[in-house]
Ligand binder design. Structure first.
Ligand SMILES: Nc1ncnc2c1ncn2[C@@H]1O[C@H](COP(=O)(O)OP(=O)(O)OP(=O)(O)O)[C@@H](O)[C@H]1O
Ligand SMILES: [Mg+2]
Length: 259
């Protein structure tokens, strides 16, 4: 059983320099994510959502602020945090099995590790595809390999950056059900970036709405709907309407917009 801990973002500010010109991307981001919570982040394109995930996983550093897990500063390249990117980023020359085990510290897997890989292949429904190569899989299957790869080191926090963005609508709905099941089985804290408001409501305990760049947290909406969620229930539709309003207030539309 994982010892889940609170993820805390304290006063996160991030700026980039492009041609000596400073671009403020994130401004005063404060967020505490409860252990085991599923939180979604939505916001305008280019506001800084991926930047925030890159800071948490240590691929980039905040200009100001701190990121804590269980009260400790997160270390670089820690196995405590895993990430799935929008595109699957699998190694095309490695089998599914080798892709999943690639990041593990020991090249020679113990029997326990091998059993663990098998379990994760089962978890993502790919037990019969261990020897397949990425080009032999559908987009949804490739993303499931990426999820298994992120989960194999048993991260306490799983970051998902629009992981289903490239999938068709039906596969996407299927993957949303799958990720719910995986979250309930694995019991990780999940932070999901998505552009899909229905996806955010279907999956999350809370939805974070970010503003234009420099991005601040504009609103946090709790989703107190029973699971499994019914996308057509009255309460779901009410929440959808509320979040659409929040979201589209942030986006300058080239046409008049009503919901
Ligand atoms: N390495 C970098 N160097 C300079 N600027 C960067 C870098 N990475 C991101 N940015 C800038 O930071 C801003 C936020 O980018 P980011 O990728 O976080 O946006 P996003 O919210 O994930 O957008 P999208 O929804 O389109 O994926 C953009 O203006 C981008 O140009
Ligand atoms: Mg992004």
């Amino acid at each position: 059983m994982k010892n889940l801990e609170q993820l805390s973002l304290h006063n996160i500010n991030k700026s980039f320099f492009i041609n000596n010109k400073k671009i403020d991307v994130l401004k005063d981001i404060n967020l505490d994510v409860t252990p085991g919570e599923f939180v979604s982040i939505i916001g305008p394109s280019g506001c800084g959502k991926s930047t925030l995930l890159r800071l948490i996983i240590g691929l980039s550093h905040q200009t100001i602020g701190s990121i804590l897990l269980g009260g400790r500063e997160l270390q670089e390249s820690t196995h405590e945090v895993g990430i799935v990117f929008q595109e699957s980023r699998l190694f095309p020359w490695l089998s599914v099995y080798k892709n999943i085990t690639f990041g593990l510290e020991n090249e020679h897997l113990s029997q326990k590790d091998q059993a663990d890989v098998k379990e994760h292949l089962h978890l993502v429904g790919l037990e019969n595809f261990a020897d397949a190569y990425p080009s032999q899989l559908s987009g949804g299957m490739q993303q499931r390999v990426s999820i298994a790869r992120a989960l194999i080191s048993h991260p306490k926090v799983l970051l998902l950056d629009e992981p289903f963005g490239a999938l068709d609508a039906i596969t996407r709905i299927y993957m949303q059900q799958e990720i719910t099941r995986i979250w309930q089985t694995e019991k990780s804290t999940i932070l999901l970036v998505t552009h899909d408001i229905d996806e955010a409501i279907f999956l999350s305990d809370r939805v974070i709405v970010m503003s234009h760049r420099p991005a601040t947290i504009k609103n946090i909406i709790s989703v107190d709907l029973p699971r499994p969620r019914d996308r057509n229930s009255y309460d779901f539709l009410l929440l959808r309407k509320k979040i659409y309003k929040e979201f589209f207030n942030e986006i300058e539309m080239p046409f008049s917009f009503s919901i």
